[in-house]
Design a protein around this ligand. Structure first.
Ligand code: ATP
Ligand code: MG
Length: 533
């Protein structure tokens, strides 16, 4: 059956929020991609994350029924991007009940929204439940008329607890049948099958137990509902498209880049993958930057860097030889700015961050790729099947190649990478840099701390440009603050503003030259950024 209704993704989001508002839910804005007060996760992965304190009774919610469209990012899905359904950044539509309604209402709302509001054909929808949940199947049959045997039981339909202990419970996932032509053809193919036929669109989580540290479960006095549905996947099925990338959320970005690369989407599989990676990663980078994530070699910043470098490399695979991320950012911002006003407000800042990081990476990418390709040729000729960890580390350390990028290029040539060897090299380097920190040696530490207390930390301007004028506000030699230095002498210079990006964790900071009215630091002297206070 073809889907007649051609709603836009913006309309679908609004329909969802309005539907739940009409059922007494308070619309709450998306929280940041950087989770508040939760050091255990790097980035927000679900709509319920901002609700956890309410579910646990630690904070008073603004209302007991809530609904949101939440910005989410899943690092675990980065390598899957390129298929029809998986994104790194996506929006999760959700409705939440803090100790109010439970399974019957959650199932009733979901069914009504899907079949009456966005008008998906009921015969394409399949509920799944947890094998131990005897209640959910009863409601699915009462409300939506499913025969018990048509309701698929899946062991995976269980959520939580989020940590070692906490709330947990069964869930009920709703799948959309995309048709036999997408299937694996096996007789036991059903929702939950790995193939592309059944697409999970909505997960209804029934938080009904508390699990203690020993794994013992007791019923929660107040049961909660948490649901999550990917806006992009819902849009894909409502618009009757073949993938999330064919929806109005992505198609114009894809077409723009296909035109830039002199190709067309849907003609060449490899090109399509690259276009999808660029569209997904470009969008994710815009939202990460808007929420304050900046490129670095650690944590969230590393995820940013890894995505950006992956996007740039896929640009190269498409033959895009000029920088393109600023344009990608601009297209994304134009598409998303109506719902996410923060994007327009930060347009310049976001495009600058992306352009600068792209420029930096481009400087080393070609050299690194040449080295990697030569290395791969040599290894293959010698009959090896893996890139030694030390070599992968060298590429990471001197050419900024994320391990995953080396792995991806290696895999294209049928090689693997010795990851434990890579980690050993990384550890060795970190130990080395701890013992011989060229920037702040033991004796300098106190002097630097005292100086910074007085003059304040340096202002970092590296995202606006890679040069600038600054004042030297402090000089330290051998642990003592001095007024001047004469060559040859090792010294710490503290600047009021600096474009030098400083990195920790044993990584190399930016390098460059310092010139002044009295001349330039003698040839051969390179200035490197240490750890910024
Ligand atoms: P899947 O296994 O299909 O990737 P999941 O079980 O990890 O999904 P949930 O954690 O249940 O997903 O998230 C709820 C909903 O969010 C899913 O039903 C789906 O619509 C959407 N979703 C989850 N991960 C992604 C993703 N990487 N890209 C796009 N949508 C997603
Ligand atoms: Mg799920």
């Amino acid at each position: 059956m073809s889907v007649e209704l051609k709603l836009t993704s913006t309309e679908i989001r609004a329909l969802f929020l309005d539907y739940f508002a009409s059922k007494g839910h308070l619309k709450v804005p998306s929280s940041s991609l950087i989770p508040r007060n939760d050091p255990t996760v790097l980035l927000t992965t679900a709509g319920m994350q901002q609700m956890i304190p309410y579910f646990l009774g630690r904070e008073v919610p603004p209302a007991l029924l809530l609904t949101s469209a939440q910005k989410c990012f899943r690092t675990t899905d980065i390598d899957k991007v390129g298929n029809e359904r998986t994104l790194t950044f996506f929006e999760m539509l959700g409705n939440f009940s803090v100790g109010q309604y439970f399974k019957r209402e959650a199932i009733g709302y979901a069914w009504e929204f899907l079949t009456q509001v966005v008008k998906l054909p009921a015969d394409r929808l399949y509920p799944t439940v947890h094998p131990e949940d005897d209640e959910a199947p009863v409601y699915w049959s009462e409300i939506a008329g499913f025969a018990d045997e048509a309701i698929v039981r899946l062991e995976d339909n269980w959520w939580g607890p989020p940590g070692a202990s906490g709330p947990c419970g069964p869930d009920s996932e709703i799948y959309y049948d995309r048709g036999e032509e997408h299937g694996c053809g096996r007789t036991d193919c059903k929702p939950g099958c790995e193939c592309e036929r059944y697409l999970e669109i909505w997960n209804l989580v029934f938080m009904q137990y508390y699990q203690d540290l020993e794994g013992k479960r007791t019923p929660l006095p107040k049961k909660n509902i948490d649901t999550g549905m990917g806006l992009e996947r819902l849009t894909m099925v409502v618009q009757g498209k073949e993938s999330v990338f064919d929806t109005d959320i992505f198609r114009s970005i894809i077409d723009r880049f296909a035109a830039l690369a002199n190709t067309r989407y849907g003609v060449n599989r490899q090109h399509d993958t690259s276009l999808r990676v660029i569209a997904d990663h470009g969008r994710a980078l815009v939202f990460l930057a808007a929420d304050g994530v900046l490129p670095s070699n650690e944590g969230r910043g590393y995820i940013f860097r890894r995505l950006l470098r992956r996007a740039v490399r896929h640009g190269k695979l498409l033959g895009l030889d000029k920088p393109f991320l600023a344009e990608a950012a601009d297209t994304v911002i134009n598409l998303m700015k109506d719902h996410y006003v923060e994007l327009s407000l930060q347009r310049d800042r976001i495009t600058e961050i992306l352009s600068l990081e792209e420029k930096k990476f481009n400087q080393t990418l070609n050299a690194g790729l040449n080295l990697l390709n030569t290395l791969i040729e040599d290894l293959k000729r010698q009959g090896h099947h893996a890139i030694p960890g030390e070599e992968a580390f060298k590429l990471y350390d001197t050419h900024g190649f994320p391990l995953e990028l080396t792995q991806e290029v290696a895999a294209e040539h049928g090689l693997s990478v010795d990851v434990s060897g890579f980690e050993e090299s990384m550890q060795r380097q970190q130990e080395r840099s701890r013992s011989t920190n060229v920037f702040v040696q033991g004796q300098d530490e106190q002097a630097l701390a005292d100086l910074l207390k007085r003059v304040g930390p340096s202002e970092f301007t590296g995202y606006q440009g890679i040069s600038g004028s600054s004042k030297v506000v402090g000089l330290i030699v051998d642990g003592v603050e001095v007024e001047s230095i004469s060559t040859p002498q090792r010294a710490l210079l503290v600047l009021d503003v600096t474009p030098f990006y400083a990195e920790s964790g044993g990584q190399i900071g930016d390098q460059g030259d310092i010139t002044g009215s009295g001349g330039r630091l003698p040839a051969g002297w390179r200035c490197s950024a240490g750890q910024r206070a």
